[in-house]
Design a protein around this ligand. Structure first.
Ligand code: 5GP
Ligand code: MN
Length: 339
């Protein structure tokens, strides 16, 4: 039995919250369903206890998350830099949700680093967490949302899981596991899901809102990428897809449109490692996924200044797409994913 939420740590966390006049919850760049879901649930819970708490992310989250009641509470740093920076740099407590090191906040990390007095609390499931004053870190957890669920339960019991908190928690769990199809699908996760459904979550409605609301352009882009851009290296069980800025424009790309595409090649029987290269204004953003034992966290850290989990990680390359692909090919020649 894990002691992530033993009573000593809960009491320490309660004390830190009680001593804080203002609390900032922050989550990572390119926020996904788990970043937004866990951050909304945690900040909502603390707000319900009477704390002055605000929730920040570095940049805008995908539109499909707008359906979560309370999503309007998420404050986006690059849309209100000064106000966000002022609050965070003078907050009495900073809670970091769904990421393992401050650099994952990109430009928002300056605001956090400016604040040299506030204790920092981590609640996260990524590998290799940095040092924090207090850490609720469990790399075997499906999602940060599952950790927030367990934290709330240990602190305040099931009554605190009101519908406005149950829904974002469920969104975090369902998005980080690809609708419960990969990741750490443990009995604890399904027990949590059972409670969330008892507390008012309607799974079919969430599934519709999260997985069935893409635009026609996005679906056509997926078709194009799979048909024209996916390369499969059968002998090394590897597939990769590249997406340029020109192609994004062609398909009227919106934030969140590339989400999930990197997983698709893994549905090919012989593919156990999949990569996606996405050209952005300042770098090539890489996403890696594997099935089985190939460790993409290690791969991302070794070759692309990134990291993540064993079966899902990301990184970046500063240079043209052709060079990023060449580096990848070279890295693959050194590494052999198993099937
Ligand atoms: P995605 O491919 O969806 O962007 O990211 C997959 C996983 O890897 C996520 O858990 C994400 O937090 C992590 N990740 C993505 N990019 C980076 C990165 O540049 N550095 C680190 N350390 N983790 C990353
Ligand atoms: Mn997560």
């Amino acid at each position: 039995m894990k002691n992530t939420f033993d009573s000593t740590k809960i009491i320490q966390f309660q004390r830190l919250c009680a001593a804080a006049r203002t609390i900032a919850v922050v989550s990572h760049t390119n926020p996904d369903g788990d970043a937004i879901g866990s951050g909304l649930a945690l900040s909502g819970f603390l707000q319900n206890l009477g704390h002055d708490v605000r929730f920040f992310v570095p940049n805008r989250f995908p539109k499909f998350l707008d359906f979560i009641p309370g999503s309007e509470r998420v404050e986006v740093y690059n849309e209100a830099c000064d106000a966000v920076r002022a609050y965070i740099s003078s907050a009495d407590l900073i809670i970091c949700a769904d990421f393992n090191r401050i650099e994952r906040l990109d430009k928002l990390s300056t605001a956090v680093e400016e604040n040299i007095v506030a204790p920092r609390v981590l609640i996260d499931h990524h590998l290799n967490p940095a040092e924090f004053e207090l850490a609720f870190s469990d790399t075997d957890s499906s999602s940060t949302a599952q950790l927030v669920y367990e934290l709330i339960l240990a602190w305040a019991g099931v009554e605190a899981i009101i519908p406005e908190i149950a829904l974002p928690l469920y969104v975090g769990m369902t998005t980080d596991t690809g609708n419960f199809s990969y990741g750490n699908l443990t009995p604890e996760l399904y027990r949590a899901v059972a409670v969330l459904v008892e507390r008012g979550v309607r799974p079919i409605e969430v599934s519709q809102a999260v997985f069935n609301t893409q635009s026609e352009n996005r679906l056509r882009m997926v078709g194009y990428l799979l048909s024209e851009k996916m390369r499969v290296h059968a002998p090394i069980h590897t597939a990769y897809i590249t997406l340029t800025r020109a192609e994004k424009t062609r398909f009227d790309h919106q934030i969140g449109d590339t989400e999930g595409i990197v997983n698709m090649p893994l549905s090919i029987d012989i593919v156990s490692f999949s990569a996606m290269f996405i050209e952005t204004l300042d770098c090539i953003k890489l996403s890696f996924r594997s099935k089985g034992t190939f460790d993409v966290d290690q791969f991302a850290r070794r070759y692309f200044d990134g990291g993540g989990h064993r079966n899902a990680a990301g990184g970046r390359y500063y240079g043209p797409m052709s060079e990023a692909v060449a580096r990848f090919e070279q890295a693959m020649a050194e590494t052999h994913p198993e099937d």
